[in-house]
Design a protein around this ligand. Structure first.
Ligand code: PLP
Length: 463
């Protein structure tokens, strides 16, 4: 091809995929991408006396550039990792009811802080508070940005010194629970930053009630427990039962707080996972303040939920910091709709996390084999089924696995990491897990209604 025969801009813009990007980013961005590729082709042709590539090759370069541009924004992915609550992939997918509720309040105005019966100002939190009472048995509740913010608000309310710059009051925590979760949340650091003084009791493996009793003093502000979300201590161990811990707090008049992390509302045992202490159980044990996430096992939007006694919540509600940590209307709508599902018989199985959890390995295997059959077994050994282990994720049951099943893709030529990268390249982007020489797509975390799109992505990556 001669330099004069370089394709015109409109030939690129007429391509459906490029036109799709123009609708997304605007024509200017797309034209810049085409210009850059054409300029590069021209420069190389002149400088290195290279032949001008075919139109399709140039189109592919334009497409790849635009796909990279799109990847820089927030885009949807298909989760093939088999980790149901994957923090890097946005944690809990929402139930259809939650999405509808969000969309209804997002597109217009709402009675967010308006009482429709009196026509006067109303409370932003009242509706979701009554749902949290009904689902957890607690007397009162508050909602903030995330669980980390909830912990911060508790510490700031109960343990910060009223004198600026002065060491805060003491928070007693057992050494076996000084957890670091992902994203730089280390309990000792959060305590320090909030101005509280950490008092560690017990040892890594054993802690007794008398360890807590001995640590009590006039400066004690809180007795704290934390979920050991991502580790377990086994062997020669001893721990304090939560109910005993709560009773001690009541006896000495010091509030107790438990950071549950995941915050499950139903028993997980019927789903083949170990029983996870529920929010209701923590409340029933008499813990004064129980904090947990909205987007882990609850299956709702990102939020930090605090439930507990009326007196403790009232103190937190008076903290001016609450205003800085408040959630928006879309979060409240989604959280309310998600909580309402828990009040219906097996309503929580409308939440994608529980629908994914409910499948047996045989269910998942059948889906994978139907998928391979639909590809007409065209790819031989390159597409196969394989048994896998899936994980709940989200800081729950760190050692528990779910028997699952995956599509194993092999592309004899490239290494599996390069192949997995190709699966992430174009829409729908698929995040696979590499194991040995294969890229695995665990079907437990692929919604059945997305399988047709997944097939297109797989065929494109294998081509
Ligand atoms: C996940 C987790 C948090 C943080 O929750 P976010 O909602 O992500 O802020 C805090 N504590 C524990 C024990 C956790 O597992």
């Amino acid at each position: 091809m001669n330099l004069r025969d370089l394709p015109a801009m409109h030939r690129f813009l007429d391509e459906p995929e490029v036109a799709g990007y123009a609708a997304l980013f605007g024509t200017t961005v797309v034209k810049t991408a085409v210009d850059d590729v054409l300029r590069d082709v021209r420069a190389r042709a002149v400088r290195e006396a290279r032949a001008v590539p075919a139109f399709d090759a140039m189109l592919e370069r334009v497409r790849a550039r635009l796909a990279r541009e799109e990847n820089d924004g927030l885009v949807e992915v298909l989760n093939g990792t088999g980790i149901l609550l994957h923090t890097n992939l946005g944690r809990a997918p929402l139930a259809p009811e939650a999405i509808a509720a969000m969309s209804a309040v997002a597109s217009g105005y709402s009675n967010l802080e308006f009482d429709l019966s009196s026509g006067a100002r109303g409370s932003r939190y009242a509706r979701v508070t009554s749902l949290l009472r009904a689902t957890t048995g607690a007397s009162d509740a508050l909602v903030v940005n995330n669980c980390a913010a909830a912990v911060l608000l508790v510490l700031d309310t109960f343990a910060r010194s009223p004198v600026p710059g002065q060491a805060g009051r003491e928070v007693v925590v057992s050494r076996n629970q000084l957890v670091e979760i992902g994203g730089g949340f280390r309990l000792p650091d959060v305590l320090r930053r909030s101005g509280a003084t950490l008092v560690e009791v017990g040892t890594t493996n054993k802690v007794y009630l008398r360890d807590f009793e001995r640590a009590l003093g006039i400066e004690t502000a809180l007795l704290m427990r934390s979920h050991t979300s991502n580790y377990s201590i086994e062997g020669f161990v001893s721990d304090v039962a939560p109910a005993e811990f709560a009773t001690l707090g009541k006896r000495v008049g010091i509030p107790t707080v438990e950071d549950l992390g995941s915050g499950v509302l139903v028993d997980l045992a019927p789903y083949g996972l170990p029983h996870e202490r529920t929010v209701g159980e923590a409340v029933a044990d008499g813990i004064d303040l129980v904090v947990f996430s909205g987007d882990k096992l609850l299956g709702g939007p990102q939020a930090g939920i605090i439930v507990g006694s009326a007196a403790a919540i009232a103190r937190m509600r008076a903290n001016p910091l609450l205003r800085a940590l408040r959630v928006d209307k879309a979060t409240l709508a989604a959280l309310g709709a998600t909580l309402r599902l828990y009040l219906q018989p097996v309503g929580h199985e409308r939440i994608p996390f529980y629908a994914m959890l409910r499948q047996t390995r045989d269910d998942v295997r059948a889906r994978v084999h139907a998928f391979i059959a639909a590809l007409d077994h065209r790819y031989g050994e390159r597409v196969a089924g394989v048994e896998t282990l899936a994980y709940a994720g989200g800081g729950a049951a760190p050692n528990a696995t779910l028997p699952s099943y995956a599509l194993a893709l092999r592309d004899g030529r490239t290494n599996p990491n390069a192949f997995a990268a190709r699966l992430r390249e174009r829409s729908p982007r698929v995040v696979a897990r590499v194991q040995g020489d294969a890229a695995l797509i665990d079907f437990r975390t692929i919604p059945p209604e997305r399988e047709a799109e997944l097939a297109r992505a797989v065929v494109a990556a294998l081509a």
